[in-house]
Structure formats: structure tokens, C-alpha cells
Ligand binder design. Structure first.
Ligand code: NAD
Length: 260
């Protein structure tokens, strides 16, 4: 059980982050939500999580592309909960273009949100984990942290960077009761991927169902989407005592994507 633990899940108002927050709450962890969304939707999310799992929740809307806001988020975590025991770096964005046409400001924001924010939350929250003598850092990388696809220069660079950073932090905490690992999902049907499916359908004049079938067929041998729940349960395992010597792993959950 994760009773008494405090989990910060970045980008937990949607998709994978939300699934992970729910799995951690089911185990009794208090949840600090982060991510964009309407005040109403976020209040509802918090109320539902509290009612369903009987855990404390809080929310901070830091924009993770801005260092000062990440610092405010870390301060808020410390003043509200006394610190963070489980840090799940999940927030991320995608942008698709050939490298020579890749808009510079898009490169900068993908690197800032998908990679630099992981450095900032880690540097700000690791000292508290060391003080309390326990911690778990779970970075949501991607199959694109291990292999590439065309048109995704910033995303693939950022996710490979996350896998590298994960290994460094794992080494620096190797003799402590603090672990740092990455999870590398394949396709998960979230708003981030739905956008890519819709773009594919529009570009080829095919149905959304056909586009979704093609998307899986190109990369994911299982031909099934990975689910946020499956990633949530792996995160719970990585937080368990049984996983205390899983360190610096980049664990693919990808229907066979990187086995090819
Ligand atoms: P999503 O778009 O459903 O959710 C992204 C979350 O991040 C949302 O809560 C959003 O509000 C938040 N977010 C975005 N920009 C932010 C910012 N600047 N500051 C704070 N929060 C911000 O996407 P998802 O598919 O659930 O993706 C979650 C993570 O999983 C990402 O890191 C993504 O790269 C990774 N991932 C997704 C897939 C997939 O197939 N969906 C596969 C591999 C990895």
C-alpha cells in the first residue's frame, strides 16, 4: 500500500497521467494533480478521486515550460504536503514536422516540457526524498525514447534525453531507498494520439477507424492500444518494495514495438 505517501503526477488532468494518478490513489497515496483544464473539470476530478479512493488531493496548474512555475509547484508541494515521495514526470506534448521545417519555437517547447521539466522537478524534489529516506521517480518516456520515427525530431530527442537522465539519477541514488526509472509506452489512445489519428485520416481521406488501424499496424505488433490503467499498475509496481532494485530501467510497454 502507498498509504501516507504523496504523489505528484505532472500532466495528470488527462490521458496517461490521469490513469497513473488513479492507480496511485487506489493504493492510498495522496495526489497532487498538475496539468491544464477548466477549473470545473479539475474540481470534479479532485472530488471524484477523494470520494472514490478516500485520499487527499491538491492541484497546481504550473506550466512546465516555465522554470519559475515549476519552482512554484515544488514549493506548493512542500507547503501543502511536506514534500513529494513519488514523482511521476508525465506531462508531454508532440509536434510533427520534417527537421528542416521544424518551427524553432516548437522545438524549444517540446524540449522544455518533455525533457527540461523532468530535470527541474527532479532537482527540486530529490532533496526532500533524501531527507525522508525514501522516494520513487517514474519518468514517462516513450518507445520514442528507445527508437525513432520520422518527423518527430524534438519528441524523439527529448524522450531519448529522458531515458539518459533517468539512468544518471538512478546512479546518483543507487545506494539510497530512492529509485528512478522510465516507462516507455507504445501507442496509448489519449488526446495526444487522437490528434495524430485525426490528422492521418484527414491527410489520406480515410475514416478515423481505418487511420487508427494503420497507425497501430505501422508500429505496434499487438495491434492493440496500451491503456493508461496498464501504465498505472506498472507505476504502482515500481513504487513497491519488490521493485527496490529496479534502477535506471527503461521499461517498454508497447505491444512489441521495440522488439522488432
Ligand atoms: P495528453 O495530451 O492526454 O496529456 C498530457 C497532459 O500533460 C495533460 O494533462 C496536459 O494538460 C499536460 N500538459 C501539457 N503541456 C503542459 C505544460 N506545459 N505544463 C503542464 N502540463 C502540461 O497526453 P498523453 O498521451 O496522456 O501523454 C502523457 C505522456 O505520455 C507524455 O509525456 C507523452 O509523451 C507520453 N507518451 C504518450 C504516448 C501515447 O501514445 N499517448 C506514448 C508514449 C508516451
Amino acid at each position: 500500500s502507498l498509504q501516507g505517501k504523496v504523489a505528484l503526477v505532472t500532466g495528470s488532468t488527462s490521458g496517461i497521467g490521469l490513469g497513473i494518478a488513479q492507480s496511485l490513489a487506489r493504493q492510498g497515496a495522496s495526489i497532487l494533480f498538475n496539468g491544464f483544464g477548466s477549473a470545473d473539470d479539475i474540481a470534479k476530478l479532485q472530488a471524484e478521486t477523494q470520494a472514490t479512493f478516500g485520499v487527499k488531493t491538491a492541484y497546481h496548474g504550473a506550466d512546465l515550460s516555465k522554470v519559475a512555475e515549476i519552482e512554484a509547484l515544488a514549493q506548493f508541494a512542500i507547503s501543502t504536503f511536506g514534500g513529494v515521495d513519488i514523482l511521476v514526470n508525465n506531462a508531454g506534448i508532440q509536434y510533427v514536422a520534417p527537421v528542416e521545417d521544424f518551427p524553432v519555437e516548437r522545438w524549444d517547447s517540446v524540449i522544455a516540457i518533455n525533457l527540461s521539466s523532468v530535470f527541474h522537478t527532479t532537482r527540486l524534489l530529490l532533496p526532500g526524498m533524501k531527507q525522508r529516506g525514501w522516494g520513487r521517480i517514474v519518468n514517462i518516456a516513450s518507445a520514442h525514447g528507445l527508437v525513432a520515427s520520422a518527423q518527430k525530431a524534438a519528441y524523439v530527442a527529448a524522450k531519448h534525453g529522458v531515458v539518459g537522465l533517468t539512468k544518471v539519477v538512478a546512479l546518483e541514488t543507487a545506494q539510497l531507498s530512492i529509485t528512478c526509472n522510465a516507462i516507455c509506452p507504445g501507442w496509448v489512445l489519449t488526446p495526444l494520439v487522437q490528434k495524430q489519428i485525426d490528422a492521418k485520416a484527414a491527410a489520406q481521406g480515410i475514416s478515423v477507424a481505418e487511420a487508427s488501424k494503420q497507425l497501430l499496424g505501422e508500429k505496434q505488433p499487438s495491434l492493440q492500444f496500451v491503456t493508461p490503467e496498464q501504465l498505472g499498475e506498472l507505476t504502482v509496481f515500481l513504487c513497491s518494495d519488490a521493485a527496490s532494485n529496479v534502477r535506471g530501467a527503461a521499461w517498454n510497454v508497447d505491444g512489441g514495438w521495440v522488439a522488432q
